[in-house]
Design a binder for this molecule. Sequence first.
Ligand SMILES: Cc1cc2nc3c(=O)[nH]c(=O)nc-3n(C[C@H](O)[C@H](O)[C@H](O)COP(=O)(O)O)c2cc1C
Length: 170
Amino acid sequence: MRILIAYTSLSGNTREVAFQVRERCQQLGHRITWIDTFMQGLAAAGDDPRHDLYLLGAWSDNAGRTPPEMKRFIAELVAAVGKPPRLAVFGTGETQWGEEYYCGAVRRMAAFFDTGYPRLEIEQMPHGQRDALKIERWTDHVLAIAGDPGATHTTIDKATPHADPARLIR
Ligand SMILES: Cc1cc2nc3c(=O)[nH]c(=O)nc-3n(C[C@H](O)[C@H](O)[C@H](O)COP(=O)(O)O)c2cc1C
C-alpha cells in the first residue's frame, strides 16, 4: 500500500513512535510518504496526495488539544482528499495532565475523522520491549484492516479494541 505518515513532535516522543510505525510498514513492503507537519505541508507528498492509508500522529497540547501545525495539516488534507475512510491516529501524552486530557489530541483527531481504526496512545517516549511490541501490534492491526476489502466502518469498530482499552473514553 501507499501510506502517508504525518506527525508532529515537539521533543521527539511522537517522532520516535512514528519512526517505529514507519519501520514496521517498510519491513512489510509498504511505500511511505513521510511528513513532519511542523516543517512540511501536504505538498511534500508530491503530485498526488491520495494514499491507500493515512496514519496521523500528534503529541497533546494544553488540556488535550491538537497542536496547531497538525490542525493546519488536517485542514489541508481534508481540502485535498476529504475525510479518508482508511485513517488511523497515534500519539503520545502524559497522564499527569489528567486522565480526561491524556492523549487528548489523539482522541480529538480520531473523533474528527470518525475513524473506526484503533488508536495508539503511548505515555511519553516509547521505551522497552513492551512499547515496541505495542507499536508493532498496532501497526500490524491497522495494516490488516486497511488491506481487508471487506472491512467497513462498523465491522472495524466492533472488531478492534483500542490499543489501550483501559483509557478508552466514549
Ligand atoms: C504545554 C504542554 C501542554 C501539554 N498538555 C498535555 C495534555 O493536555 N495531555 C497530555 O496527554 N499531554 C500533555 N502534554 C505532554 C506532551 O503531550 C507529552 O510530553 C508528549 O509526549 C510530547 O510529545 P513530543 O515529544 O512528540 O513533543 C503537554 C505538554 C506541554 C509542553
